[in-house]
Design a protein around this ligand. Structure first.
Ligand code: G3P
Length: 218
């Protein structure tokens, strides 16, 4: 399972990258705004900065909602760097655009995806990735992990190449459950990735090992 970080914060991207386990980055307009990155020019520059930090796929989201606009924006974004993946919303015009991008060899990430039916359509259109938002489903009392399991199952029996990129991760248990469910990728905030490191017995055990080692040095 690949690990992407879901942020536009360059320090956090660098910290995750320095761990040596980072495979890519996802962003969205809300994550950009959170970092104070606004205006087309600044946003575009920020995508390039991210691509220069991480050697892996970087999702850059279109804001157009009509076919011609999505294509225009997506082609511009894809031309910024070889690692850019055009993030396209799960709408009718988006599906048409994904089909177009797929025919041109431009990688896509179909976002705002909340059902198995949407996942089938995106795969049929040739999406490179789909982003089911599992945390947002949990928020409204639907089982987000169950959706990941269902989509992985369908993609396996249908032989679809589209990769399941589990998004809207809220905690380390989500990451473990996605691995169990067979997700191809998770995209997560840094704190949930770092939380995977933690176990109280590791801390207690290490403290004891170091204390015992130091006894011998006295
Ligand atoms: O990148 C999209 C997705 O991960 C959003 O997450 O926490 O806003 O639901 P969240």
């Amino acid at each position: 399972m690949k690990f992407f970080i879901d942020t536009a914060n360059l320090n956090q991207i660098k910290e995750a990258n320095d761990l040596g386990i980072l495979d890519g980055v996802t962003t969205n307009p809300s994550l950009m705004a959170k970092e104070g990155i606004t205006g087309a020019e600044n946003i575009i520059k920020h995508y390039v900065d991210i691509c220069n930090l991480v050697d892996g796929d970087v999702s850059a989201e279109v804001i157009s909602t009509d076919f011609a606009g999505i294509v225009r924006e997506g082609e511009m974004l894809a031309a910024l760097h070889k690692n850019i993946v055009v993030k396209v919303p799960m709408i009718k015009e988006g599906i048409k655009a994904i089909k177009y991008f797929s025919s041109k060899g431009i990688k896509t990430n179909c976002t705002l995806l909340f059902s198995a039916g949407q996942a089938i359509l995106a795969a049929k259109a040739g999406a490179t990735y789909i982003s089911p938002f599992l945390g947002r489903l949990d928020d409204i009392s639907y089982d987000g992990i169950q959706l990941i399991e269902q989509i992985v199952h369908i993609y396996n029996i249908q032989g679809y190449d589209t990769q399941v990129l589990a998004a809207s991760i809220r905690n380390p248990v989500h990451i473990v459950k996605c691995a169990e469910a067979g997700a191809d990728v998770i995209t997560s905030p840094l704190d949930s990735i770092l939380a995977l490191l933690k176990h109280p017995l590791t801390d207690i055990g290490l403290e004891k090992f170091l204390a015992d080692y130091n006894k011998g040095n006295k």
